[in-house]
Each structure stands twice: as structure tokens, then as C-alpha cells.
Design a protein around this ligand. Structure first.
Ligand code: F1P
Length: 346
């Protein structure tokens, strides 16, 4: 996690350098739709990218599990843009989805971490995340690096397409340049998160809730907990809680709510009230300086604020730390979780 941003953020003097997507950058600008294919954590990065591309580029985006996409008969037209995201660059389902899309005439762009990997070779063009090697099997710094790269692609595309005002574009770029320092600060929650982990290490289930840009973060937080701590966890859009998962909430249920200040803040406050009314134990990730949510919940973890579209890069960090500490306390091998392979090649 710590190495993720050091020297990797390619924003330079307000200009973005996207080494990998050049020949197809106009195709991206003119795309009628974008389909993102990925698995696991990379799929969650794709979900964040969907929100960013749709908001800033006004291009419709679909995010597909590569493992589903490859086995059904998806509608892909000549010239559609398919973006494949993968840490390892070797995930069999993602590779097969890319080959299928290519056979139907799509332009396939790759976002992956491992230079020279199969996915980088199958892509028409692509961007390396350069997050460095993932020591463990579970993807962590690769996720934040994927978000960085996808955000940069979307912003640059929006700017060239004219769907974002220049001033707003420049402001978000400045926010992006400040992300490494904010990630450093988020990492300083480590000791506090360790204390929270101690309290909940024996829980049998966890629920993670988020809205908007923090919804995929909720999914990712739950996945990390499952992967390395072997605790059952579900990630949900907070507004969907009332359509089922609310039945699970009682005093035994830890609910992690990613509730940083953004356009859905008031709504997530109501969701927290709904959980508290049912005696759920709430651990909230909030923006620095928030006093309302800390007064309502059981535990608060503060992270620095940023533009809401960039928040997943920061709000994910304490969730990764929470899974890490719980796993260590339970005696699990965080680098080599049982049943998980670094690259799922079958
Ligand atoms: C996808 C993935 C990872 C997960 C684990 C198994 O890999 O699901 O997100 O943490 O390592 O594979 P990739 O295509 O991003 O390499």
C-alpha cells in the first residue's frame, strides 16, 4: 500500500501523460459506449471508473465480470471500446473476455500492472499501472493504482471531448496531485484501525455500506475481509440495505459505513440512523473535521477530504488496514490466503 503512489502519479505540471493510449485516444473520445471487463478487485476499480467516465465524459459504461461476459453472447459492435483491468495481467477469464471482444471488432484497451503480461500483449493499447509487485495475493496497492490510471484516462478524455469545463478539469488535476499526501495520511490511521480490529476480530459477519463513489469501496472492503480474514462480509449500496440486508442487522452485526463528505452525505446519514435504530455496531469512515457522524456511530476513522470522484483512493486505505489487522489477529497468512491464487489462470 505504502509504495503505491511514490513517484507513480504521472500528473506533471498540470498535464497528464498517458503513455499507453495514443492511437486509440480519438476512438475513446468518440465512443458510443465503453464496456469494462475484469475480475475481483479489478472489477471494483472498473465500477469506480464507470461512475467517473459517465460523470465526466458522458459516455455510457457497462462493467462486466469477465467470467460472465465470456460465456454469454454479449452485444459488442465494431468500434466499441472494451477496457480490461487486471493486476496480474494473466487472469484467464479477463483474457478470454478480451479475445471475445476483439473477435467482434471491439477496440480492447488494457490497464494492468505486470509489464509484458498476457493481457498487455492482447490489448490493442494500454496503460501500465506500475504499482510495483503485489507481495501478497490480495490486490491492494494495485487497486489504488488502477483507480489513478482510470481517473486520468477519463479526465483526459473528458477534457479533449469538451464534457468538462477547463477550470474544473484543472481543479481536479490539482486534487489528484494531492492524493499521494492524503494516502500517506490515511495510512496513519493504522494504530487506530488496529484497535478497532481487536474489538471485531471474532465477528462472524460484516456488512459494508457506501453510496456513489464509495459504493465500490464498500464492495472492495468486504472482498478484502473475505479474502484474507475468512470472515463472511457483504458490500452493499447503502440505499439498497432496506431491500433485504436490513433484516440482518442486530447488535451482533458490525456495519462499516464509508461516509465521507460528498453529494450523498445527507442520505448516508439517514442510512446510519437506520442501522443504529436496529442496534448495529457502526464503524464509519468519515472526512476529517466531520462532527455529525462521529456523534452517531460507535467508531470513527477520519481520512482527508478530496474531490468525491477521487475519494475511493483514500477511503479504501483504512478498509485494507482493517482486513489486514483482523487477519493477523486471527492467525491467517495475509500474503498467501488459503484457496487463492495470485493469477487465476484457469
Ligand atoms: C483478479 C483477482 C484479484 C484478487 C485475487 C484473485 O486478479 O480477483 O482481484 O485479489 O488475487 O484475482 P487480476 O486480474 O486483477 O490479476
Amino acid at each position: 500500500i505504502k509504495d503505491c503512489f511514490r513517484g507513480r502519479l504521472m500528473a506533471n505540471e498540470g498535464k497528464l501523460v498517458l503513455g499507453g493510449i495514443r492511437d486509440y485516444s480519438n476512438a475513446l473520445i468518440n465512443a458510443e459506449r465503453i464496456v469494462i471487463v475484469a475480475c475481483g478487485t479489478s472489477w471494483h476499480a472498473g465500477l469506480v471508473a464507470e461512475y467517473i467516465f459517465e460523470e465526466f465524459c458522458r459516455i455510457p459504461v457497462e462493467v462486466e465480470y469477465a467470467s460472465e461476459f465470456r460465456y454469454r453472447n454479449p452485444v459488442i459492435k465494431e468500434g466499441d471500446i472494451v477496457i480490461a483491468i487486471s493486476q496480474s495481467g494473466e487472469t484467464a477469464d479477463t483474457l478470454a473476455a478480451m479475445e471475445l471482444a476483439k473477435s467482434k471488432g471491439a477496440i480492447v484497451l488494457g490497464v494492468c500492472n505486470v509489464v509484458g503480461s498476457s493481457i498487455s500483449r492482447v490489448s490493442h493499447e494500454g496503460v501500465y499501472t506500475h504499482a510495483g509487485p503485489e507481495i501478497g495475493v490480495a490486490s491492494t496497492k494495485a487497486f489504488t493504482a488502477q483507480l489513478t490510471v482510470l481517473t486520468m484516462i477519463a479526465l483526459k478524455t473528458a477534457f479533449r471531448k469538451g464534457t468538462i469545463a477547463e477550470q474544473r478539469y484543472r481543479e481536479i488535476l490539482v486534487d489528484l496531485e494531492n492524493i499521494p499526501a492524503k494516502v500517506e495520511k490515511a495510512l496513519k490511521t493504522d494504530k487506530q484501525v488496529e484497535g478497532i480490529a481487536e474489538l471485531f476480530k471474532d465477528a462472524r459477519n460484516f456488512l459494508y455500506l457506501g453510496r456513489g463513489y464509495n459504493f465500490p469501496v464498500a464492495l472492495e472492503g468486504a472482498l478484502k475481509l473475505k479474502e484474507i480474514s475468512y470472515i463472511h462480509a457483504e458490500g452493499y449500496p447503502a440505499a439498497e440495505m432496506k431491500h433485504g440486508p436490513i433484516a440482518l442487522i442486530d447488535e451482533e452485526m458490525p456495519v462499516v459505513v464509508i461516509a465521507t463528505r460528498d453529494s450523498s452525505y445527507d442520505k448516508i446519514v439517514s442510512n446510519i440512523q437506520e442501522v443504529k435504530a436496529r442496534k448495529g455496531k457502526v464503524i464509519a469512515v468519515v472526512s476529517e473535521g466531520d462532527s455529525l457522524i462521529p456523534s452517531m456511530v460507535d467508531h470513527t476513522i477520519e481520512v482527508p477530504g478530496t474531490h468525491e470522484a477521487l475519494m475511493p483512493m483514500v477511503s479504501t486505505i483504512p478498509l485494507q488496514l482493517l482486513s489486514y489487522h483482523i487477519a493477523v489477529m486471527r492467525g491467517a497468512n495475509v500474503d498467501q490466503p488459503r484457496n487463492l491464487a495470485k493469477s487465476v489462470t484457469v
